[in-house]
Design a protein around this ligand. Structure first.
Ligand SMILES: Nc1ncnc2c1ncn2[C@@H]1O[C@H](COP(=O)(O)OP(=O)(O)OP(=O)(O)O)[C@@H](O)[C@H]1O
Ligand SMILES: [Mg+2]
Length: 348
């Protein structure tokens, strides 16, 4: 059990700084999820915590111990990767025991830990099999098991489920959440998957080009994104962003300090509703022409084009009878609107 603290951590490759001063406090037992576009530095940050990558500047503490100069093996952490890298010539049991044997763990202690992990992950039936005799999901469980038997101070996950098919990912996601809760082991989890990020995280970090863009609970980031970057990164389909001129009546209506001139209005696809003809709602109305309707099951995503050619997306119930080229008016309540200044910072 341990907290992890990063203080102004930087990483430079040659002359290029890829981690530009990251400070983070991860509480003991917390599940922190890192998201961000490809190449923003997620794996680099994780590898620096693990000790697989050196730190150019700053400090990393694990359990109040500065680990900057400690070998990975001395840091008491376990890492789970996308490619689970099991030893192909060893059985599942041997794979699980390997790291413990190397640490001279007594035999009965190894047996106990393997039994516990196998039970938690429901891999008992496979213990005597070789990895090639397992499905992808079963292998991923073994990879998890290898991390669990170590009983480390922290788990580091780098997109552990991205090789699995959609159904298995959901199943493993639920399992990882359950395991992490019951073990209460401090975890840092990197993912590309929105649903994984939202559902697994106690707190979510959005990383953008080597800097923390925002950190908070998933719902905080969803409801109050600090920037247009976070606003469009969290939530699917993405928040609609519309540049607009602010008038005096508008300032009164949104009831907040809004500078004169151009701002960006943000509105989530779920906050736009078809306007009732002739109704006078307290919000904005937007006239669009339907360009596409995507039926995704319980709901449909409607893509509408504004007179200025900009596209907005909104959600409607699955079997709505909306057709392409149809003119529609959508409405959003003032309460649901997000406002950003000209550099993308949240105003409201
Ligand atoms: N050994 C290296 N030498 C030089 N540049 C590197 C090295 N490793 C990573 N980089 C660069 O550092 C940046 C961050 O890479 P990183 O692997 O951390 O990204 P990521 O956020 O994990 O991306 P992805 O989502 O694609 O996995 C990238 O621009 C990458 O090209
Ligand atoms: Mg990566």
């Amino acid at each position: 059990m341990a907290n992890i603290a990063l203080k102004d951590v930087r990483k430079t490759y040659g002359s290029i700084e890829v981690i530009k001063g990251v400070s983070l406090d991860i509480a003991d037992g917390e599940m922190l999820v890192l998201v961000g576009p490809s190449g923003c530095g997620k794996s680099t940050l994780l590898r620096m915590i693990a000790g697989l990558e050196s730190i150019t500047a700053g400090t990393i503490e694990i359990g109040s111990r500065v680990v900057n100069n400690l070998e990975p093996s001395e840091r008491d952490i376990a890492m789970v990767f996308q490619n689970y890298a099991l030893y192909p010539h060893m059985t599942v049991r041997q794979n699980l025991a390997y790291g413990l044997k190397n640490r001279n763990t007594p035999k009965d202690e190894i047996d106990r830990r393997i039994a516990d992990a196998a039970n938690a992950l429901e891999i008992e039936p496979f213990l005597e099999r070789k990895p090639r005799q397992l499905s992808g999901g079963q292998r991923q469980r073994v990879a998890m098991g290898r991390a669990i038997v170590r009983e480390p101070a922290a788990f580091l996950f780098d997109e552990p489920l991205s090789n699995l098919d959609a159904k298995l990912r959901v199943q493993m996601r639920v399992e990882i959440k359950r395991l992490q809760r019951s073990l209460a082991t401090t975890s840092v989890y990197v993912t590309h998957d929105q649903m994984e990020a939202m559902t697994l995280a106690d707190r979510l970090v959005v990383l953008n080009a080597g800097r923390i863009e925002q950190i908070g609970t998933p719902i905080e980031l969803y409801e109050k994104p600090a920037t247009t970057f976070v606003a469009t990164f969290i939530g699917s389909p993405s928040m609609n962003l519309l540049p607009m001129e602010i008038s005096e009546s508008w300032k009164l209506a949104v009831n907040s300090v809004v500078p004169a001139g151009t701002v960006t209005l943000g509105v989530r696809p779920e906050d736009l509703h078809l306007a009732e003809p002739g109704s006078a709602e307290n919000g904005i109305k937007i006239g669009v022409t339907v360009a596409a309707v995507e039926l995704v099951g319980a709901e449909s995503y409607v893509h509408g084009i504004l007179p200025n050619r900009q596209t907005i997306v909104f959600r409607v119930p699955g079997r709505s009878r909306i057709t392409v080229d149809e003119p529609l008016t959508v409405h959003a309540d003032f309460k649901s609107l997000h406002l950003f200044d000209e550099v993308g910072k949240r105003l409201r």
